[in-house]
Write a protein that binds this ligand. Structure first.
Ligand SMILES: [Zn+2]
Length: 318
């Protein structure tokens, strides 16, 4: 796999630029909103304003981590990419099952059919209008990554089906798998399961461990295996301060894992200025956190590796 797929088509690795690896810039009204009102942002102008704010401070690429069938808005992503000039990479895959209504098609679908659905989204085009009904209408825009989620259930039969389907899509298309992890998820169990299925660790990106898993020896085991860790508890003060975040980052860098780290903000309406004026904004890393990293003695070379080189490696897994 040597091209990167955005919602406007393939780009070369040299055009990826500064990349935040796990964001949400659009979520339609649905189950997510019923769980948290911050998980709803479908205003094209506001999302564009926020992405332009990111671009104006030096941002080039965003990965939108909202999977299909779960309030992803493909036309909005395409339009924002077109109008802003920022590369947007969209996700196929699945979210935590709490985000799907009981009668959603993802519950009864077979592993084989689900896997083919992911492959279609990566190879041909993302399905539209599929939040409630299983739709066969496809956009011309293709997904560029497989977003998945491990919740506290871990690998019960229904999650076993979902992850097996994602693993097959990963192997068949060469695209990477991004995995939402939360407290009481067992990322090591999943790492071993995916390896057994034939997925290379270099194709796996474990997200949110900086707020989900306090024991850094687990972070180190995952990074030692060759998988990526995507940290995004930056400017998320309800979890911890940026200084505490930097303690985790510095420890991982000191231990030699600078090739395995990716950073982002995991934005919702609560953290985008266009939706919430007091929010930190999608440009927070560029305007504020990079300086905090430099003050914590993180070098320009390490910063470049994390926001540029590692993002390319994690997308093309070569
Ligand atoms: Zn997310």
């Amino acid at each position: 796999m040597n091209t990167i797929m955005t919602v406007l088509g393939p780009i070369e690795t040299k055009d990826l630029g500064f990349c935040q690896f796990h964001e949400h810039i659009a979520i339609s009204m649905g189950m997510s909103y019923l769980i948290s009102s911050q998980l709803y942002m479908d205003d094209m102008q506001k999302s564009l304003e926020e992405v332009l704010r990111y671009k104006n401070k030096g941002g080039n690429t965003l990965i939108d981590a909202q999977p299909g069938g779960c309030n992803r808005i493909v036309p909005l992503l395409q339009s924002v990419a077109q109008k802003s000039g920022v590369n947007i990479i969209a996700s196929t895959g699945f979210h935590k099952l709490i985000f799907y209504p009981e009668n959603h098609w993802i519950h009864p679908i077979s592993e084989e059919k689900l896997s083919q659905y992911f492959i279609d989204e990566l190879n041909d085009g993302m399905y539209l209008e599929n939040d409630l009904n299983y739709s066969t209408v496809q956009s011309t825009a293709r997904a560029g990554i497989i977003k998945t989620a491990l919740d506290t259930e871990n690998l019960t039969p229904r999650y076993h089906k979902l992850f097996s389907a994602a693993a097959r899509a990963c192997i068949e298309t060469g695209r990477s798998i991004m995995i939402h992890i939360e407290k009481a998820s067992d990322p090591i169990l999943l790492l071993e399961f995916l390896i057994q299925q034939g997925v290379k660790p270099a194709q796996m990106i474990f997200c949110h461990l900086d707020r989900a898993i306090d024991d850094l020896s687990i972070h180190k085991r995952i990074a030692s295996a060759g998988a990526f860790l995507e940290y995004d508890t930056i400017g998320r003060f309800k979890y911890h301060s940026d200084e505490q975040e930097l303690t985790i980052i510095s420890e991982m860098l000191k231990s030699g894992f600078e090739h395995q780290l990716l950073f982002s903000l995991d934005t919702t309406a609560a953290r985008m200025k266009a939706y919430s004026p007091d929010a930190i904004g999608l440009d927070y890393i560029l305007t504020t956190f990079l300086n905090k990293m430099k003050n914590a003695a993180i070098s320009d070379t390490q910063i470049r590796r994390i926001f540029y080189d590692n993002c390319i490696k994690a997308l093309i897994n070569q």
